[in-house]
Design a protein around this ligand. Structure first.
Ligand SMILES: *[C@@H]1O[C@H](CO)[C@@H](O)[C@H](O)[C@H]1NC(C)=O
Ligand SMILES: *[C@@H]1O[C@H](CO)[C@@H](O)[C@H](O)[C@H]1NC(C)=O
Length: 258
């Protein structure tokens, strides 16, 4: 779990992956590392309280059932997987179904709760419904330095292997102007309890909004599927402000030539 202001590092890993894909004539493998933003069910197999295995998680997933994804529906790796032409997203590495040909699809090693601290979420730290100024400042210090480290790594390798995804800016866009993206609010989570539905995870006893597409945040920590789609769209088509040094469309074009 992570607050939007600090997710850059976590998502970057997810976004790096399509570049390290193993490519055969007809398929790409996709490996995912990270936290609950990209966990597709590993924590179902672990003794942890960071779980998304009961309703209403998954309420908008194709099966309408919880899968361990911290989303009302699809998460970011699901949407990337779709766009790189996989027939199904990589399975959690702990899933007993990850065998045979399915291994060729890659695997998801993400686990919710990595680095979980009480430092994240708006209800505990924010003031008057705003984001926590201290955490925003921490992200503002961290993110440019991450960009520098990645450029350095690319220089050392001699190729653009690492791509920085400016998820802080992506979130900032719909947090500051939710209406422009079709959201009714970015301040209140769809599912949760307490101020802004911002305390704890979503549970069967939580408040649940009727239309998830109107909310930028599904629960206190995680974007809704609709917001995930906006993020992934930027990953594929964003300018250098969002995707450094290049977006995933460009990467796939380069990859297709080799
Ligand atoms: C986070 O806060 C809860 C509730 O106040 C507390 O029980 C828990 O120990 C805290 N966890 C950490 C890592 O500080
Ligand atoms: C990113 O992707 C789009 C294709 O959707 C492309 O037209 C665009 O020029 C790319 N790069 C940048 C830097 O915007």
């Amino acid at each position: 779990m992570a607050v939007p202001a600090t997710v850059t590092m976590l998502l970057i890993v997810a976004a790096v992956l399509p570049i390290v894909v193993i490519r055969t004539a007809e398929a790409r493998a996709f490996f995912v590392f990270g936290d609950s933003l990209v966990d597709s069910g590993n924590n179902n197999y672990l003794a942890t309280t960071a779980r998304a295995d009961s309703p209403p998680y998954g309420v908008d997933y194709p099966t309408r059932r919880p899968t361990g994804r911290f989303s009302n529906g699809l998460n970011i790796p699901d949407l990337i997987s779709e766009r790189i032409g996989q027939s199904e997203p990589p399975l959690p590495y702990l899933s007993p179904e990850l065998t045979g040909r399915r291994l060729l699809n890659g695997a998801n090693f993400a686990s919710a709760g990595i680095g979980v601290l009480n430092d994240t979420e708006r209800a505990m730290r924010g003031t008057n419904g705003g984001c926590s100024a201290e955490l925003q400042r921490a992200a503002a210090l961290f993110n440019p330095q991450l960009d520098e480290v990645l450029s350095e790594l690319n220089r050392e390798i001699g190729r653009d292997v690492f791509v920085g995804v400016n998820t802080a800016q992506m979130h900032n866009d719909f947090v500051t102007n939710p209406g422009a993206f079709g959201f009714a609010t970015s301040k209140v989570a769809c599912c949760g309890q307490g101020p802004y539905n911002g305390l704890g995870l979503c549970t069967p006893a939580s408040n649940l909004c009727p239309n998830r597409n109107l909310y930028a945040f599904w629960d206190a920590f995680h974007p809704s599927e609709k917001a995930n789609r906006i993020i992934v769209e930027q990953m594929f088509s964003g300018t250098a402000e969002y995707m450094k040094p290049m977006n995933l469309t460009t990467i796939l074009q380069l990859d297709a030539r080799t």
